[in-house]
Design a protein around this ligand. Sequence first.
Ligand SMILES: NC(=O)c1ccc[n+]([C@@H]2O[C@H](COP(=O)([O-])OP(=O)(O)OC[C@H]3O[C@@H](n4cnc5c(N)ncnc54)[C@H](O)[C@@H]3O)[C@@H](O)[C@H]2O)c1
Length: 251
Amino acid sequence: MNIDLTGRIALVTGAAQGIGLEIATQLAAAGAHTVLSDINPAVAEQAAQLAERGGSTSWVQLDTASEESVAAAVEQIGANVGALGILINNAGISTPRATLETSLAQWQRVLDVNLTGPFLVSRAVLPGMRDAGWGRIVNMSSFNAKSSPVNGDNASYAASKAGLTGLIHNLAVEFGPHQITVNGIAPGIVDTALLRGAHSPERLEQLKSRLPVGRFTTTADIAALAVFLSSDVAQSITGEIINVNGGLYFD
Ligand SMILES: NC(=O)c1ccc[n+]([C@@H]2O[C@H](COP(=O)([O-])OP(=O)(O)OC[C@H]3O[C@@H](n4cnc5c(N)ncnc54)[C@H](O)[C@@H]3O)[C@@H](O)[C@H]2O)c1
């Protein structure tokens, strides 16, 4: 099945690198005009590279945790590109720390980016989707939102992603009548430079042996589902948080 998103306009947050960049790459390859956004201005270079490879792209600097920044970016997209039909709430941070060593500022920042961010960006784009009678919102969750954590040293992250589940469920019910679907993707252990830099080869083999499919999840695995959920064919899927984790955990 070839998914064709020609004519759609998509916004991806946290698109300067990692999972967000791969999702932007695959959305553009599927024909969507893709707006790459990030707090990091390097996102401009990534958008330019995708355009060189034939994608229809633009970029905007956007801090998802700032109401002003979100409003300015969405207004800019509306004026320069058009009405957004697809939103990928991907930007997220993780600052693992034992709970007793977690400051209020650190806790608050993780919640601001991982939970308030998706609320702010969704709230900014939903009126346009409602007016169009069509929309797709895909949020990046985590297995930490559902299963027992590996180390128990990341309460702020787990709480933010579990809170995101509530936001997804509520928005799915609230905006379903407008043909707007709202879902989440829960990656497991993703094969990134960060993962490879953080563990010895022996530890990586140990982690891999926990996965029934015998391989780490890739950013491309996650992006493929994001493209599917952004398409017309996924119209009956809403309120779901779908695992893409090689069997690390299932529900
Ligand atoms: N990598 C994993 O193993 C994994 C597993 C489960 C869930 N996730 C989730 O997937 C998403 C992407 O993860 P990743 O591994 O690609 O991370 P990453 O750190 O490689 O990339 C995250 C991007 O988000 C941007 N960002 C951070 N704060 C921002 C803000 N306030 N506004 C806008 N952009 C901001 C960063 O600049 C960066 O470009 C996150 O939500 C993360 O929680 C990742």
